[in-house]
Design a protein around this ligand. Structure first.
Ligand SMILES: [Zn+2]
Length: 443
């Protein structure tokens, strides 16, 4: 088959290239493009290297995949911070996995397509055609870096099937006064510069290292980065103080408009892999670091820096005892609710509270359990009398106290070499001097 292969232009977006390919070859239905490119790849012997649409386009363009992704898609921006596993799949020139490519390679990052009218005119004069530029599609970009003018935008449904020139009349210009205002914002400039850097960086960074960096910077600004539930989204507060509200609402709408997503974006501050978008990390860095160069240097050092943090501290799986106790008291002995408030899953909470000796009271007659504990621990009554007066069974009170005696149980088990669980079953008596101060806070 005879496929007319257009020459890829500087900074041309892959989807715009595909649109040109379709127009040149008279492909009216874009759904046919995949099959036509596959047939071409089979003829020229490239079918094994053309498993995804991005690979097919790279082959049609005659470009190595890594270079194509870096220069003609927003893939490198979208996947700038990835998990260690995904990173292994992408680093050192290795091909990203087909799944990563399929989900991310040609995905767009904004809800509109952006074009510069002066670029359109210059490209039409210079190249004989206009084309979609990749850098205009990066998040937070509202003016052309080359011409300085406000960009125009069109609805995403056009999907770059037409040329920018064909859509210029239907496009809407971004408000020029607003763009002038944005141009004076140092945070917006840093966000753009950092975004440009990341979009051209081939090797992704480990999201956990970046999250630790953001967490460290936030702590140095007095932001609480512990897992404890926060009544107001912390990231949203940080970004609102650094960026224009309109820019923030169009660039990172999820963080601003939806409270639930805003709180989940706070996970960026927790120093672990958090599945937060690149935009959130970049905005947080642009808000907290004085220059894009400084932020880039910190990103480059992020892996080395996080290697110095002990693993337990990195994962923050051991919240402070005071926080755990306060959460337990606030949840009135319901360990699942208490765990939720300090960022523990149900499974983690059940295990954590048991290990430190704070028994879950939700499964017992809660009021009765608390009364019995007060009678036994604070008023010195006998076990039998405490249980009877509180209206709970003796075995329930014993079970609660056995969990409460976790530290001494553990010490006994270590000293005697037997397992704490076996000891729990066989030994009904407990030592009363275990730390049970939580009981005093229960009402
Ligand atoms: Zn321009």
């Amino acid at each position: 088959m005879n496929l007319i292969r257009p020459v890829l232009l500087p900074d041309e977006h892959a989807l715009g290239f595909e649109g040109r390919l379709n127009r040149l070859n008279g492909i009216i239905n874009p759904r046919r493009t995949w099959g036509i490119m596959q047939a071409w790849a089979a003829i020229v012997g490239l079918e094994k290297a053309s498993q995804s649409r991005a690979e097919l386009l790279a082959n049609v363009a005659g470009m190595e995949l890594g270079e194509f992704l870096c220069s003609h898609t927003t893939f490198t921006y979208r996947c700038a911070f990835v998990s260690e596993r995904d990173q292994l799949a992408q680093a050192d020139g290795a091909r990203p996995t087909p799944r990563i490519l399929r989900l991310n390679a040609l995905a767009t990052l904004r809800n509109e397509l952006y074009l510069c009218p002066e670029c359109v005119a210059a490209d039409s004069a210079g190249h004989g055609m206009s084309y979609w530029r990749r850098t205009h599609q990066l998040p937070g970009v509202f003016w052309c870096a080359q011409h300085g003018c406000a960009l125009h935008f069109v609805d995403m449904t056009r999907a770059m099937t037409d040329s920018p020139e064909a859509l210029l009349d239907q496009s809407t210009p971004v408000d020029g006064d607003w763009v002038d205002h944005l141009r004076g914002s140092a945070s917006v400039s840093r966000f753009r510069d950092l975004g440009n850097y990341l979009s051209q960086r081939k090797a992704p960074l480990d999201e956990r290292d970046v999250s630790l960096l953001v967490s460290r910077l936030a702590r140095s600004r007095g932001i609480d980065t512990r897992k404890r539930a926060c009544p107001t989204p912390r990231i949203a507060g940080l970004l609102a103080g650094a960026f224009d509200a309109g820019w923030l609402a169009t660039t990172i709408p999820a963080v601003v408009a939806q409270r639930r997503k805003a709180i989940s974006a706070d996970r960026a501050l927790l120093g672990k892999r958090a599945h937060v978008s690149t935009q959130v990390y970049v905005a947080a860095l642009a808000a907290m670091v004085d220059s894009a160069e400084g932020a880039i240097a910190l990103l480059d050092e992020a892996r080395e820096e996080s290697a110095r943090v002990p693993e337990c501290s990195r994962n923050q799986r051991s919240p402070r005892y005071e926080d755990v106790r306060d959460a337990y008291v606030a949840a009135r002995g319901n360990v699942v609710v208490a765990g939720e408030s300090i960022g523990l899953s149900k499974k983690q909470a059940l295990n954590h509270f048991r290990v430190i000796g704070l028994p879950g009271l939700a499964c017992y007659s809660r009021a009765g359990a608390k009364v019995a504990l007060r009678l036994f621990l604070l008023e010195g009554r006998s076990l039998e009398e405490s249980a009877r007066s509180a209206g709970i069974t003796l075995s329930d009170l014993e079970a609660i106290l056995r969990t409460s005696a976790a530290p001494i149980r553990e010490a006994l088990a270590k000293a005697g070499g037997s397992s704490p669980r076996r000891r729990e079953v066989r030994k009904p008596r407990v030592c009363a001097d275990t730390d049970l101060s939580y009981a005093q806070g229960l009402r």
